[in-house]
Design a binder for this molecule. Structure first.
Ligand code: B12
Ligand code: SF4
Ligand code: SF4
Length: 411
C-alpha cells in the first residue's frame, strides 16, 4: 500500500462514521491489529481439520492473524458492517416457513440478491477515497471476505459487537445479519474497545444447528456446516449429512434464525440484496429445471453463480431427496438421471432411492454404489466468494428418514 506522508492528519472517527453511514454502512469502528491472542484459536481450529477443503484457510496460516505481514505498514483496521436482512419485518417467520416447506428451496438470506463482496468492497473503496480527499495520501487496502483477514475478530476488537457462540459477530441493536468489510490502514487512529459478550447461558444456536456443526461454543467444524457443504465443498456431500440439509440449497441461516438477538435485525439499507429470480419463494423442481445457460444468465451478479451449475444441481438433488417426493419431483430427478456429471448422477440416484423410486443400480449386488465424482474447478481465494456429530436434529420431517441408505441394490 502507498504510505501516509508525514503531513497526513488523522481524521476524526466520528466523521468517518458519518461518511460510512452515508455510504450505507450500519456501523464503523477501529481495531488495533495485534491479533497474537487470537492466533492460537485459529491454529487449534486448523489443527483440528475444521477447515475441511478450504485449503486457503491453512495456506495463509499465521498471515491471517498478522495484518502487517499481509499488508506491510498496517497499524489499524477500519471495520464496517453492511446489513442484508430482508425488508419484510416478518422475515424470520417467513424464513422458518420456507424451511418447513419441503417443496420449496431455501437460499440463505444473505445470498438472495447481489454478490456482497463487490458491493461491500466498492463502498469501502469510496470511503477510503473520501478519507484521502480529506487527509491526503495514506496507505490502505480494502477487503471483504477476499483475503486472509480475521474479520470477526477485528470487528469485535473495534467494538462493533461480540462473537456469538455460533462464532458470528452480534450487535445488540441489529443482531448478526450483516456483512463485515475491512480497510487495513497505516493511519494510527484511536482504536475502539471490545464490547461485552451478551450470550450468557443461551445455547439456542448450538441446539438449532441441523448438523451439529457448532461442536462447542465458539467452535464451528466447517466440515459439518451446511454453508460449507452447499457452497465450499466441491465433491459428493457425505451421505450421513444429506438428510439434515433438508431443503437448504445454498448456505444456512438456522443458527442465526434461532438467535434471540436477530429479533433486532435491521433491513438492508441497499436494494442490492433484495431477492432476485424469486429465490425466496421458488420451488425445488422449478430451480432443478434450469439449464446451465439459464443458471449463468439468471444468476449473473449473484454469489450463487460461483458454485456453478453442477454443484447447484447436486444441492437441489439432495433437497429433492429430502422432500415429500410425488410425481413431479420424481420425474424431475429421473430427467437428470443421465446427467453428464457423475456428481449429479450420484446425488440424483441417492434422492430417488430415498423417495422410494430407485433406478436400477448399475453395479453388481454388494458393490459400493458411489460413482467416481467429478471435482469442480476451484474458484477464487475467498470463502463465500466461491462463493457442518452430535445428535442430528429430527425437527425437519426429512431428517426422520435420515437413516443411511444401504449401498446395495434393493431386491
Ligand atoms: C471460513 C469462513 C466460513 C466457514 C467457517 C466458519 C467459521 N466459523 O469459521 C463456513 C463456510 C462454514 C462459513 C459459514 C458461514 N459464514 Co463465513 N466466513 C468465513 C471467513 C472467510 C473466515 C472465518 C474464519 O476465520 N474462520 C476461522 C476460525 C478459526 O475462526 P472463528 O470460527 O471465528 O474462531 C475464533 C474463535 O471462535 C476461536 N476458536 C475457533 N475454533 C476454536 C477451536 C479451539 C480448540 C480453540 C481453542 C479456539 C477456537 O479462535 C478463533 C480466533 O479467534 C469469514 C471472512 C473472514 N475473512 O473473516 C466469513 C464470515 C465469518 N462468514 C460470514 C457469514 C455471513 C457466514 C454464514 C452466516 C453464511 C451463511 N448464511 O451460510 C455461515 C455461518 C456459519 C457459522 N456459524 O460460522 C460473515 C459473518 C458476518 C458476521 N455477522 O459475523 C463473514 C465475516 C464474511 C463477511 N465478510 O461478512 N464461513
Ligand atoms: S449448519 Fe447452519 S446452523 Fe449449523 S453452523 Fe452452519 S450455518 Fe449455522
Ligand atoms: S443463539 Fe444464544 S448463544 Fe447463540 S449466538 Fe445467539 S445469544 Fe449467543
Amino acid at each position: 500500500m502507498q504510505a501516509a506522508n508525514a503531513a497526513t492528519k488523522l481524521p476524526d472517527v466520528g466523521m468517518l462514521r458519518r461518511w460510512a453511514r452515508e455510504l450505507g454502512f450500519a456501523s464503523l469502528g477501529v481495531a488495533d491489529v495485534d491479533l497474537s491472542s487470537a492466533e492460537p484459536g485459529l491454529q487449534a481450529w486448523l489443527d483440528a481439520g475444521f477447515h475441511g477443503e478450504m485449503d486457503y484457510m491453512a495456506r495463509h496460516g499465521a498471515k491471517r492473524a498478522r495484518p502487517g505481514e499481509l499488508v506491510p505498514g498496517t497499524v489499524r483496521a477500519l471495520m464496517a458492517t453492511l446489513e442484508y436482512a430482508p425488508q419484510d419485518p416478518g422475515w424470520l417467520d417467513a424464513a422458518r416457513s420456507a424451511l418447513a416447506d419441503e417443496a420449496r428451496a431455501y437460499v440463505s438470506r444473505y445470498a438472495l440478491g447481489r454478490d456482497y463482496h463487490k458491493v461491500v468492497r466498492a463502498r469501502l473503496q469510496r470511503l477510503a477515497e473520501r478519507i484521502e480527499a480529506h487527509v491526503g495520501a495514506f496507505g490502505y487496502r480494502v477487503f471483504c471476505d477476499s483475503a486472509p483477514v480475521m474479520e470477526v475478530e477485528l470487528a469485535r476488537r473495534a467494538g462493533l459487537g461480540w462473537r456469538g457462540k455460533h462464532t458470528l459477530l452480534i450487535d445488540a441493536r441489529r443482531g448478526s445479519t450483516f456483512f463485515l468489510g475491512t480497510i487495513y490502514t497505516d493511519l494510527a487512529l484511536p482504536a475502539g474497545e471490545a464490547s461485552d459478550d451478551h450470550c450468557g447461558t443461551c445455547t439456542r444456536c448450538i441446539a438449532a444447528c441441523p448438523t451439529g456443526a457448532i461442536v462447542a461454543p465458539y467452535r464451528v467444524d466447517a466440515r459439518r456446516c451446511i454453508s460449507y457443504l452447499t457452497i465450499e465443498h466441491k465433491g459428493a456431500i457425505p451421505e450421513d449429512l444429506r438428510a439434515a440439509i433438508g431443503n437448504r440449497i445454498y448456505g444456512c441461516d438456522d443458527c442465526q434464525i434461532a438467535c434471540p438477538w436477530n429479533r433486532f435485525a435491521q433491513p438492508a439499507a441497499l436494494g442490492d440484496f433484495a431477492a432476485r429470480e424469486r429465490l425466496d419463494e421458488a420451488s425445488l423442481v422449478e430451480l432443478f429445471a434450469w439449464s446451465a445457460d439459464e443458471f449463468d444468465a439468471r444468476l449473473a451478479g449473484s454469489p450463487i453463480r460461483r458454485i456453478g451449475h453442477e454443484r447447484w444441481l447436486r444441492n437441489l438433488a439432495v433437497a429433492l431427496g429430502n422432500g415429500a417426493g410425488g410425481d413431479e419431483a420424481i420425474a424431475a430427478l429421473r430427467a437428470r438421471a443421465d446427467d453428464a456429471s457423475a456428481l449429479v448422477r450420484e446425488h440424483v440416484r441417492w434422492a430417488l432411492r430415498r423417495l422410494g423410486a430407485p433406478l436400477p443400480e448399475p453395479q453388481a449386488a454388494g458393490q459400493p454404489c458411489r460413482e467416481p465424482v467429478a471435482q469442480a474447478a476451484s474458484g477464487d481465494a475467498s470463502v463465500h466468494n466461491r462463493g457442518c456429530e452430535p445428535p442430528i436434529r429430527a425437527s425437519h420431517r426429512t431428517s426422520e428418514r435420515g437413516k443411511r441408505t444401504p449401498c446395495v441394490p434393493r431386491k
